[in-house]
Design a protein around this ligand. Structure first.
Ligand code: ZN
Length: 144
């Protein structure tokens, strides 16, 4: 378990320092801003959907390492996926960070499981979910 925790920390540090899909995209047909007043995290999402598929997604923003890592991991996780798949991922991810009822290894969360530890820190949940709530607002996704 220690190895797994270290791996998770490495993923968060890596994505926090070197966020993937970072930058504005003129291709976006959905642009949405998100803000977490509890921590001061800001994110601006640029999403291009074509026939229900998230063809391209990128973000800009500033905030704590958790929020930036989560935004980076989110864009990687949903790029190329259908909006339906993105919604399922958001549902699983939300359960993971709020209730810790999801076994990270069993869920189809991939690297998103790196944020499982957030469930132990309720103050950080909004940091971890900011990018996802912003995506949901951009694409009219409802949490189950
Ligand atoms: Zn934060």
């Amino acid at each position: 378990m220690t190895d797994l925790k270290e791996l998770y920390q490495d993923i968060i540090i890596d994505h926090g320092r070197h966020p993937r899909n970072f930058g504005a995209c003129a291709c976006a047909n959905h642009v949405k801003e998100g803000f977490n007043p509890l921590c001061g995290d800001k994110v601006m999402l640029y999403v291009n959907t074509q026939q229900g598929i998230i063809e391209n997604i990128s973000f800009e923003g500033s905030g704590c390492a958790i929020s930036m890592a989560s935004a980076s991991l989110m864009t990687e996780a949903v790029k190329g996926k259908s909006i339906e798949n993105a919604q399922e991922l958001f549902d699983s991810f939300h359960q993971l960070v709020t209730k810790a009822q999801v076994n990270p290894a069993n869920a189809k969360l991939g690297k998103l499981a790196a944020l499982a530890g957030v469930a132990e820190y309720p103050m950080r949940v909004k940091c971890a979910t900011l990018a996802w709530h912003t995506l949901a607002a951009a694409l009219n996704i409802q949490l189950n």
